[in-house]
Design a protein around this ligand. Sequence first.
Ligand SMILES: *[C@@H]1O[C@H](CO)[C@@H](O)[C@H](O)[C@H]1NC(C)=O
Ligand SMILES: *[C@@H]1O[C@H](CO)[C@@H](O)[C@H](O)[C@H]1NC(C)=O
Ligand SMILES: *[C@@H]1O[C@H](CO)[C@@H](O)[C@H](O)[C@H]1NC(C)=O
Length: 899
Amino acid sequence: MRLPLPLVLLLLLPPCALSSGMAKRSYSTHDYYVLEHRPLGHASLDECVSRLGLEVIEQVGELDNHWLVRRRKAARDVSARTTADPVVELLQSLRQQVQRGSTHARSEDLAVAWRVSSSIKYLEPQAPRQRVKRAPPPVRPGDGDVKSNAREVASRLGIQDPTFTKQWHLVNDENPEHMMNVSGLWEEGITGSGVISALVDDGLDYNSDDLAANFFAEGSYDFNDHEDLPTPKLFDDHHGTRCAGQIGAVKNDVCGVGIAYDSKVAGIRILSGPISDVDEAASLNYGYHNTSIYSCSWGPADDGRSMEAPGYLIEKAVLNGIQNGRGGKGSVYVFASGNGAQHDDQCNFDGYTNSIYSITVAAVDFKGLHPYYSEACAANMVVAYSSGSGNNIVTTDVGKNKCATTHGGTSAAAPNAVGVFALALSVRPELTWRDLQHLCVKTAEMINPEDPDWETTAAGRPFSYKYGFGRLDGYSYVKAAQAWEPIKPQAWLEIQPVQIENGTMDILGTMSGGAPITTDGVKNIITITQDMLAQNNLEKLEHITIRVWISHTRRGDVEVELVSPNGIKSVLAARRRYDATNTGFPGWRFMTVKHWDENPVGDWTIRVNDQGSEGEFGNFLGWTMTLWGSTIDASKAKLYEVPVVENLLPPPHEDAVTTTTTPVVATATTKSYAKPTSHLPTDHGSVEGEATKPAFTNKPGGATPTAQDDAAEATETIPSESITPTPDEGWFPDMDNLVSNQKWFFGAVGAVAVFGLSAGIFFWRRAVNRRRRAQYSTLSMGDDVPMSSVARDRGVSGQGTKELYDAFGEVSDDDDVDEETGLTGGRPQDRSPGGLGFHSGFLDDDDPQSARATQTSYRDEPEDNDRLRSHSTSSSRVESPSSSGTGDGSWEHASQQLR
Ligand SMILES: *[C@@H]1O[C@H](CO)[C@@H](O)[C@H](O)[C@H]1NC(C)=O
Ligand SMILES: *[C@@H]1O[C@H](CO)[C@@H](O)[C@H](O)[C@H]1NC(C)=O
Ligand SMILES: *[C@@H]1O[C@H](CO)[C@@H](O)[C@H](O)[C@H]1NC(C)=O
């Protein structure tokens, strides 16, 4: 007894209408910003916004203290696009007023300026991103023959869906060892009921008879058009619907079935038009109390040239999902590895797949071979089935009763994994996001054992850059989930960045110093001791993130690898033929899962080398490493916080980060979203896969070097003094400046006693930090820089501000320098229209040409690259600080000539 669809919709509509209090955006009439307010600051949110001439629209998604604010565009702003953003400028001027202690300002104004600027932690103009049209659909696959196994399963389970027998990823008659292998679970009644997955994509056709009954309207939203339902509207809005069908297509008489055919699917539409970071952040937390899994088949362009990571707001949203989603068990984020392997693209260069919070899924095909498009990297966790070797994925399509037969790419691999995770959560809803990752590592099955890409990890598991830990087998996964003992909470050990030969990167992204890179490689070592693990409550290793600072005239020539104390090598960056970008790796973060369960005690060696090409060169400036794993003592578990700034070398002093009051002002983030899918050719379904080539062959040599060799070489390469702490340069010289520059402060606040007390705390904390850092045998100059000079105008800041330290955050002995270099908003040198962007900018591809191609794009179907490029817009995000650096032949400048 099915209700007529209109009636169903009517019943669904009222809750939808209530579910989102989100306002429509009107970028043509208003300028939008995200403002992070310090709730314990001195000024209320109302005071802050009214001083800046803004109005509050709504909270940013599920992020506390983050507000979407706006102001009406003034007519003259339209023409004045080259000048800095007026609101950013105003905030800058308030800050300057405070820093100069402007003698001519009335003390009342000064007090307001101080209150307001100290209560704003972060301000980021929002700009919509441009959508990019997609190319014609791919070729039709060959006829899928109806074979007996599939028919048998269908009759046993009463499956009448007409195309079920063509869904080889569910039951593969020709290659029975290659399928998601879930029918055995269905027979046990495990079909996903109670679990909701959200397709963060281009819409979801809830009118499809194959999806309507499993559609979860409450968790759905259209961030492109700011409507409650994710209606596919554009001619090519069918990607989200197809992915949804793979997970939750209803068992009925329409098309096929989903892997978790009794689970619910929600559609979150973000890829069909302009969207800014504020909405991407909200989309990744949308409905996160009820929605368990977010299926994301998009990322930076798969062109072998892009390198891009999520900005501050998006990182915060993902962490918010991990910490507070699903009742605290953590939202499960699943990302496709990318379709650019034929362009030497690697998921190492994608900040979403590189995130420890996402499960990265690559593809294998109908025959279990590696399809030529599927990207390899050290962050790959598992593979799931998708197009290749003659077959595509058959799933639901947009329309009342329509099937898609051309679906594929890693885009289709990710939802197949999501379907399996939904089955697992339906029987074990209490498992955390990390339990699900552990289950991937432990149950994935090796395929193509003769493939030279396989290596054995220290924990004895096979791992490959192409296949991760292997194929995700639905049956094994869910059986293991049923018996799984939940793991202890997360702990981590963060190493202070090591500077190599005085390598530095400043707030503008300008790099200097460092060891010249040779073809033999520059090496460096970080030593982990048992003590460090104990101090950080870290018991068992899971992920490792590595941050590198490397300058190079041709980024694609650079190879980076990490060798563990046990001789296990993770290739983090392999050669990329098409990546001629000259912006290097400005604090870029890699991730590897290859050391999962390895004992991390001992020397970790990083090696950076290049191809030795004529006229191409660079320096290795520094690196750092964070080990993530489980706690020793669960009761002492902490929650991680996203730092506002993490790319400076040396890093800003901890005290500076946590105590400054100057707000961070970021540029508008306007990267474009491409439609599905760039860089996946039309033959993705027909071309035979392979299982005979290693994914990467980094020089030098194929053999894994032993830890001893590396240690010996490393000590030769890097002078020992470069890894010892610098001497204390003292703090008192800065005191003088402080006193002379900041008379206003003492007058206005009358806080000399307070000042003395906070100086005491400062010294004490610094001593503690220095002791700790010395144990890591790393070098950090940040230690001795007074927090004020680091934090000065750029407003390096953090949470947990104490009022005492607020005083330091504003003092600066560097005001004059700032004036010369024009770092503050509104100066002509500041080319970012949004003001001072340094957070999101650093991780972006600064090269204008390639940045134009860094649309976040789908990964399933072909796209004409030229069209793609011409429809996407370049953005102010491109003009991140590294590209707006001071002239003088820095890396950033040469970029324009090269491309
Ligand atoms: C698929 O699941 C069945 C149980 O239904 C199991 O016996 C079999 O080993 C699994 N296949 C593979 C290739 O792991
Ligand atoms: C979603 O979650 C909230 C909070 O846990 C709960 O109150 C609500 O009933 C849920 N809604 C649905 C449709 O499950
Ligand atoms: C690093 O800087 C220190 C102090 O400025 C200097 O003495 C030393 O020679 C520098 N080392 C290198 C390798 O440039």
